[in-house]
Every structure is written in C-alpha cells, then in structure tokens.
Design a protein. Structure first.
Length: 82
C-alpha cells in the first residue's frame, strides 16, 4: 500500500496533467508555425541527390560483395584441393 507522501505525489501529478498537456500542445503549435514546406525545386534537388546516392552505394556494395564472395570461394577452393 502507498504511503501518504506517495499518494500526495500521485494526486499532484494527476492534477497537474491538464496544465502540462496544455503547455505541451501550445509548444507544439508554436513549433509548427516555424515549419516551412520546401519548394518544388528543392524537392526535385533532394530527390535527385537521394537517388544518385542510393545508386552509388548500391554499386559500391555490389563490388564489395563480389570481392568478398570471390575471396571466400578462393579460400574454400584452396582448402579443398589438398
């Protein structure tokens, strides 16, 4: 069972919830007013950067994957020849 001090803290926490929620929503509203949507050109530019970057990383990982695969094949082939 909770002590009197713990119950008082719980009651205070529950009673302060509406005020804290109102403060939170006011803060959210204030921050959302600062948000701007990007222009069409900005969206195009960032999309192009993302597509090019994904392509470059894809090629890089394909090369690394093939190199590691060939190295493992060579090691396994070398070990089984003896």
């Amino acid at each position: 069972m909770a002590t009197v001090a713990e119950q008082g803290t719980l009651v205070t926490t529950v009673k302060s919830w509406p005020a804290r929620a109102k403060t939170f929503y006011n803060d959210v509203r204030t921050e959302m007013k600062k948000v701007t949507t990007p222009s069409y050109k900005e969206v195009q530019a960032t999309t192009a950067v993302v597509i090019i970057t994904v392509f470059i990383f894809g090629v890089y990982f394909w090369i690394v994957d093939n190199a590691i695969g060939h190295a493992i094949d060579w090691v396994l082939h070398s070990l089984t020849r003896r």
